[in-house]
Design a protein. Structure first.
Lengths: 166, 502, 502, 166
């Protein structure tokens, strides 16, 4: 069976993982030199049940750009996975500039800037509403509004692009 | 079997509370009419009800708050009564009057009782008249320093001096001792004049580290009012209750009795009928308590009272509304064991509690002994963006507080929600917090620093790393055809900051 | 917090009871070791446990009954104690001895107590010696008619005269009066001689329309034994309990007390420690009750006792096994309200209760107030063909019996299991049966004719017709590409007969 | 929208159903001349939620040969649906003879007949086991064992063919 190497980051320092599969179907995961045997089943399509060296653990795993969104005991972690052979993780949602994305699904209730405006760090850009809560999005730095992807009243998904700066 | 209190009841609400009311109706043999907005065709209350009527578009103002449409549906469906749940039309006296005017029964207190408890000032005055303790203070501006000082001394220090035109924390000062009064008086007035062009000031007693404690009451239409003991609702974030428990772990028995007596007094003073709650501020330092407000409806946290008393409050509401006399006396109601409620919000605790609506791709609710889930959602349900983020409540009972806490932690560990983020892991952290375990908490418990601490708790990075390695390995080794899973989320979210750029 | 009774416990079982025990362990801070067969890798108890060890192939004899393998896993995993659940190794005295011999704790009674209650005859003799009433009868053949008649009169009519070599209903006669004794004696003996070439006969008191009532006991290792009142388990099909309730709706208080006292006496007579159940036959006609057997383990129906007493029996088992003294006295245990359990079987009531294992494609368990589900399954789980068909238990509590019944019916209505057939609709019919509602039932309640009647109840043909019309319409009008859904079941099943031909 | 006619049987007498779809997406089902308006959604892939003239009903619907297996409140009903234009429902699992099928999934523990045996009505043919319960399958009539589809020890699914008679 093939052996693959990854560099994996959960919040802190990157770790090295070497993954292979044994003849009995169990996985071998060597994390920074420490080997673990994992018996993996999927009781439901969106859940991993792992017996890691006999310990029972369950995780949700949804793919995301640059890695996985892993949910263990209700705690979601965005995990970056790099295959060193490819040695690249595409993390930028758009070329040429910085893009503000929606940090929650919702509805755009107000757009406070227009294309061509110069904005200062901390300046409110637009207001998103979801579940009776309004959330003001502010500029993370000084810049020029290069593009507006949304209009007032529009519904947006989590992670949808809202504004691009230059 | 007892005859049902009504033949058919309309439930003018959505979410878990509509489901809760429908359950009580079905148990009593009452047929149910659900109402729903265009965003709620697949909602659980529609699935569980006997019949369901569309009342308007997604925004509440155009559907769940349309008293005219709802009343019309009630008449056309042949409902005899309307249960408003909480929120929406539940504390709307005009609606209560309109329901009665249409010859139907409003399952709640008389409209006059809603009115009497409606405005803070009006309620305060009614309560003072009824001999109910309120937070001492003035409701009109004070003219002279001497007058103010005398009042402060009558209230007892510390006091708060507040600019009449102030707000948002500006133009107010806490005064601990009489010696500091003069300088505080002058500086608050001059600040007020400068900031608001108005130097009028008010005085209020300062209640340090208060607990939020409330008493559940039930009153029939025949003059009997009973209480069902207290709930401690001091674990709050942004004035929103997060965890509630009963009994309060630190309330002396004598204070509990006094508070309960006052609550019954307050309800009787306004001719209350049905289920209601009197909220108090309780000072652990002095042992004093003060009337805050009355909620003239069912509370979100009513289940913990049900668990320790054995009284089904929603059934009781229905039977009382049908005119039944209370079928038990105050002496029959006992507090047995301990109950805790955790309100499950579709919010991301790791991302400043940002709303997290969306599709619940997988759901496994906890079960087993003394675990109750009052839920408004199911696996496959898409939580809409239009309404309150509370999607379910976890209620656990235990023979004592330790059992209730450990059972809650066990249940939270079993609770699996996939697809959206929820406050579930946050609760496990709260219930393990040493101050919470000691019962040592007031409304200031969830300070910004403690919130940050509680949200940071996570010892599963090792597991997440292994899971990610396996997920990636499976994807990399599976046949090419299936390998094109699309990313569902962009990487900017990693930062956890609102509007982080990538 | 109290220190945990053990650091780590191995749960030597599967299904809902393994899940139940794991829950109690986690609440007490005890780490858990699950064991599983090859058919159970995806089972819920494996998902919920702290760790899990494979113990053999699917057949129980090669896995869950392999005491040697299980003991070995216990030692290697560092478990300090083994909880056997019910069934499997739970009443195996040799296993209990082997566990103790290995220096581990068997969470159950001493092996000698299991032995003492193990054989029917041995248990009967021990109970007679302890002054516990047993069904009067002879255990040796009777020689003369006069001797037999004298015995019959001492037992009281009616009596059963049985051929020693008989069986399957052959060679036995019920005798109602002394006048009929002579002819019955002669005919049973001659029948016996003809059929079995042996005319030896026995005599036993006939208990007409008995109820099956059992008493839960708890005993610590320090000499204290208490009871937790009764359970009425008379709703049975093929000697399998189907619905249980507590309190028994018709048991006089004095009889309940006498029965409970006798149960404690029986447990004490064999030096019992832990949770156990004494089963009795109760004659409604005479008010007499008789010892049937003792189950020296946790019962399937233990939750209803938990609901009315507030005592967590599994936690109690663990604490008692760790040597704790009972932390409450008999006087502290009160029976509050009413509880009912429905055992959810993967069986098809419309098809003579044929086993119905398979994939649970969808599952929505009921929730809300006082509804408890002890389940061993989840949505997406494939119920294996190898084990007991009981997949979950629904337990509902109510302030009184009527509330418990109506709540159970409400919960059954909410209970959705897709993909496999279950006994859920059958329970709704039982709980609405007028005789059940009146409390008027004995172990003969589910007679063949009543079973047929209860299974036939269905008023949803109109709905099924509309659903089928829409399903067909959707398939016929949807784009051709997706229209090739394959039939999952052949038409022969329509007949509802086993092995129906097509 | 198209209007389709069916003859539908649930246990009792066949009923006529005329189904069409209104402009607002609701269905119109005319059962033996009585019209019902149905608002149908699928909260989950295997569940129908219907508001039938405003009444809330839920059903599971799984396709089967000749119609549907419909589950309402836990009660399963096998519903035959005939499209009169086609006027045919294929209900026979096999041609040329009568086939005994498994009425439950399980394991064949004993086969009591052999190909070529003549059997009498009521004669035991084989024993199926599932969930610790043994179930003897008996011949529904006299006949000759033409084919045996299973062997001892074999696992079978619900509805699997076991024996064919001639």
């Amino acid at each position: 069976m093939s052996t693959l190497r990854y560099t994996i980051t959960v919040g802190g320092a990157p770790r090295s993982a070497v993954v292979s599969r044994d003849d009995d179907g169990h996985f071998r995961v060597v994390l920074d030199g420490v080997a673990h045997v994992v018996d993996l089943v999927r009781p439901t399509p969106d859940a991993f049940h792992m017996l890691i060296d006999g310990q029972s653990w369950e995780a949700g795993a949804a793919p995301r750009e640059g890695g996985w969104l892993i949910d263990v005991l209700g705690l979601s972690a965005e995990v970056d996975v790099v295959d060193p052979r490819r040695a690249v993780v595409v993390r930028s949602a758009a070329r040429g500039g910085k893009v503000i994305s929606a940090q929650m699904p919702g509805r755009v209730v107000r757009v406070l800037v227009a294309v061509g405006d110069t904005v200062k760090k901390g300046q409110p850009l637009l207001v998103l509403e979801a579940m009776k809560m309004e959330n003001e999005l502010k500029a993370a730095g000084d810049g020029l509004v290069a593009e507006l992807y949304v209009a007032e009243g529009q519904a947006v998904d989590l992670g949808a692009r809202l504004v691009r700066f230059e | 079997m007892r005859p049902p209190p009504f033949q058919k009841v309309l439930v003018a609400n959505r979410g878990e509370i509509a489901v809760r009311v429908i359950r009580a109706c079905h148990e009593l043999g009452v047929r149910t009419v659900a109402v729903y907005s265009e965003a709620d065709r697949t909602a659980l209350h529609v699935r569980n009800a006997g019949e369901a009527w569309l009342v308007g578009p997604a925004p509440s103002a155009e559907s769940y708050l349309r008293s005219d449409v709802i009343l019309d549906v009630a008449k056309r469906s042949g409902a005899q009564a309307i249960h408003p749940g909480y929120g929406f039309l539940s504390e709307n006296a005009d609606f209560a009057r309109a329901v009665a005017g249409a010859g139907l029964v409003f399952i709640g207190p008389p409209a006059d009782a809603i009115d009497a408890m409606g405005g803070k000032t009006r309620a305060r005055q009614r309560m003072i008249a009824a001999g109910v303790p309120v937070v001492p203070g003035t409701s009109e501006a004070i003219e002279t320093e001497a007058e103010a000082l005398a009042l402060a001394e009558s209230f007892g220090f510390p006091v708060m001096l507040k600019a009449a035109a102030g707000g948002g924390g500006k133009g107010m000062r806490k005064i601990d001792r009489a010696e500091d009064f003069g300088s505080a008086w002058r500086s608050v007035r001059s600040e007020a004049l400068k900031s608001f062009k108005d130097d009028a000031v008010y005085l209020e007693k300062f209640v340090a580290d208060p607990k939020h404690i409330e008493i559940q009451v039930l009153a029939d239409a025949h003059g009997t009012t009973v209480h069902l003991f207290e709930r401690d609702c001091s674990v709050q974030r942004r004035n929103q209750k997060v965890v509630e428990e009963t009994p309060c772990p630190v309330l002396p028995a004598a204070t509990r009795d006094a508070m309960a007596k006052v609550a019954v007094q307050a309800a009787e003073a306004v001719g209350y009928v049905g289920a209601g709650t009197i909220e108090f501020l309780y000072s652990q330092a002095t042992g004093d308590f003060y009337f805050l407000e009355m909620n003239t409806r069912l509370q979100v946290e009513h289940p913990i009272t049900e668990m320790v008393t054995g009284v089904d409050l929603v059934r009781a509401q229905l039977r009382i509304a049908a005119g039944e006399k209370l079928w038990f006396s105050q002496a029959d109601i006992k507090q047995t064991g301990h109950a805790i409620e955790c309100r499950v919000y579709a919010e991301d605790p790791a991302n400043n509690f940002a709303p997290a609506p969306g599709l619940i791709s997988g759901l496994r609710e906890p079960g087993g002994p003394w675990v109750r889930v009052d839920s408004g959602v199911y696996a496959g349900y898409e939580v809409p963006i239009h309404y309150d983020p509370m999607v379910a409540k976890l209620i656990c009972w235990g023979a004592d507080r330790e059992e209730a806490i450990s059972r809650s932690i066990r249940a939270l560990r079993e609770y699996r929600v996939r697809g959206i983020r929820t406050s579930i892991p946050f609760f496990s952290a709260i219930l393990r917090d040493p101050d919470f375990v000691a019962g040592n908490y007031s409304t200031g418990f969830l300070s910004p620093s403690r919130l940050e601490e509680l949200c940071a708790v996570s010892q599963t990075d090792e597991i997440a790393t292994i899971a990610a390695a396996l997920a990636q390995y499976e994807r990399d080794t599976r046949p090419a055809r299936a390998a094109s899973a699309t990313p569902t989320q962009s990487a900017w979210k990693r930062s956890g900051r609102p509007g982080g750029d990538s």
